[in-house]
Design a protein around this ligand. Sequence first.
Ligand code: ZN
Length: 487
Amino acid sequence: MANETELPDLPTEITPQSQDFGRWYTDVVRRAELADYSPVKGCMVIRPYGYAIWELMQQALDKRFKETGHVNAYFPLLIPESLLNKEVEHVEGFAPQVAWVTQGGNEVLEERLVIRPTSETIIGTMYAKWVQSWRDLPILINQWANVVRWEKVTRLFLRTTEFLWQEGHTAHETAEEAQEETLKMLGVYKNFSETELAMPVLDGQKTDSEKFAGAERTYSIEALMGDGRALQAGTSHNLGQNFAKVYDIKFQGRDKSVQYIWGTSWGVTTRLIGAVVMVHGDDGGLILPPRIAPYQVVIVPIIPKPKFKETVLPRAQEIKAELVKQGVRVMLDDRDSQTPGWKFNEWELRGVPLRLEIGPKDIEKSQVVLARRDTRVKSFVPMEGLAIHVAEFLETIQQALFDRALAYRTEHTSETDSYDEFKEILEGRPGFVVSPWCGDAACEAQIKTDTQATIRNIPFASAPAAGKQCLRCGSPAQAHAWFAKAY
Ligand SMILES: [Zn+2]
């Protein structure tokens, strides 16, 4: 990401994916007006079109959180240093990325404050006050917020110093309940990613070296991007009693004994917008899954001569009203200043799933043209029952995008027991490589040094590794791990 105060102009052309995938990504994000660089080092501006996608993601997630019994609350942005310092592993994990507030107005603060990198510490402190008895449990709270983690190398949506996210923080009576919650929320993330984002994800457990600072166990969903790199799309942590012991979150149990609560935390971020861009996009630009597209349909009136304006525009407005009434998100591009061809390009670049063309001849024949963004196929559709046809098209596109992404992942997943072959596969656009691994962190680190690939996770559905040997060191394998180069 450019950090200069002098900001680069918007690109006029989009770099082809095959030429430079990273460049392509940035061009699309900026040209489609999802986000832009800002004068603040490492921070981005989410533009209205990008923010509309985030709002749709939020709604779909929030609905799922509520359905699973969670409520929303809000905790402070600033956290006293002493609170953060209580949990040693946690503070060591986050210290290099923490932003400090040292002064308020002209006054130097007695105690420094951190801008939250995550909220376990402050939320844990409050839970300690709120929980007395087993009757107060479980606490199932989610927060929609921004966090700050100082980043040296940044990238629009994928890695920025400030980002938006949700963080769930729960407290439970038993270890079993906490584990159940941890996996339930990972399941919510998987369902959300696959249903709303049309993005297949691999759900599984992170290795110890990749787990959240202060967690017992971390689970993740991992998606494969169009350049063969993996992206961690969401995490769910079983915190055990680590934070409870440090922040003194205790309760009187059913047997009257004093016990520590069992905690979880889980989050997804605006990085999901970047994931959608990289999973579905092509050289024409963005391709949005209909369920999170700010505009699901763009109507482009074809007005060959000025005299047709009086017939075409009112009909286009009627169609828009009819679709909106059926709950479809519609943009009618009635700008005089641009040609239909220019508009076709523009809305393709911005990923609108369906384009509806209507001209004088279509009105005569009582039909419209529907053009799919994903396949670019055009169909004539009768105006009669148009809303039903549009709804069917949108569903078909949503499914087709998922199927295509899943096929891509399958094509780009290899299995090998041989380290030489492993290294060979990791050239080019490799995707996932599934290999037996011994479970040793040093061995995992050496694989990363040799190949840049990390263990993304050990999927729940991973084949047992009994009798297999670690691909690198030859020791007995613990599991089949899924490796990839990652964002
Ligand atoms: Zn090994």
